[in-house]
Design a protein. Structure first.
Length: 222
């Protein structure tokens, strides 16, 4: 992900937290000192409250001592793309022994994760949608492991706002992942989730019986 983001701090703790989060999400960045001139191709600078006054730039995101670096990087990504609100956010889920989760915002893959339980996956989706404001929000669940897909969809139905569209997506071909693609995205489960997020599925009515009807019509194994 080639975002034009600079980390400008001499604070060891702040630098460690920011770099750890940026690398986890595979976001390209540069590191500069707060008193250095910001390169012209940088769209956003992340720094600390104590160092903010030293930086001459239009878009500055500040990591305070009690701030979550995940949210700070979210804000930096939005600003780097010139957005205060995304048009469409899609979360793809690949159910299985390990659940892959992938976030695509306005066509760009921004984040992937792996979850160990259905509850962890549903909680992760809620947090992602809260972090990324958008005009349209869609959650796409792969139907290759139908019992897990149904249980996950029921959980999501209970916890997500009614404006979020939930789709069941056939997984044909989504599990055929090369080693290169898996390494680039964050593992096979995450790569499968990203493919599911890109594929249109069958929207379900937001109650359990409709979920079962949709699954009988649309799901197939990978």
């Amino acid at each position: 992900m080639k975002e034009k983001i600079a980390v400008a701090t001499v604070s060891g703790k702040a630098f460690y937290l920011l770099v750890k989060e940026l690398k986890r999400r595979k976001v390209d960045f540069i590191s500069i000192r707060p008193d250095e001139q910001v390169p012209p191709d940088v769209n956003v600078v992340i720094t600390t409250p104590e160092e903010q006054a030293q930086i001459d730039h239009l878009n500055i995101v500040v990591l305070g001592k009690s701030d979550d670096p995940t949210l700070i990087v979210d804000e930096a990504l939005r600003l780097s793309q010139g957005k205060s609100l995304y048009e469409e956010v899609v979360v793809g889920l690949d159910p299985g022994k390990v659940l892959g989760v992938a976030l695509i915002a306005d066509g760009e893959l921004l984040e992937t994760r792996s979850c160990q339980t259905l509850k962890h996956a549903s909680d992760t989706v809620v947090k992602i949608l809260n972090r990324f404001p958008a005009s349209r929000r869609i959650v796409r669940v792969g139907s290759g492991v139908m019992p897990d897909a149904l249980e996950l969809t029921q959980r999501l139905d209970r916890v997500l706002p009614p404006d979020v569209v939930i789709e069941l997506v056939p997984e044909d071909g989504t599990s055929h992942i090369s080693v290169k693609e898996a390494n680039r995205i964050g593992g096979r489960d995450a790569a499968s989730a990203a493919r599911i997020a890109e594929r249109r599925g069958r929207p379900i009515d937001r109650h359990y019986r409709s979920v079962r009807r949709a699954s009988k019509k649309g799901g197939s194994s990978a």
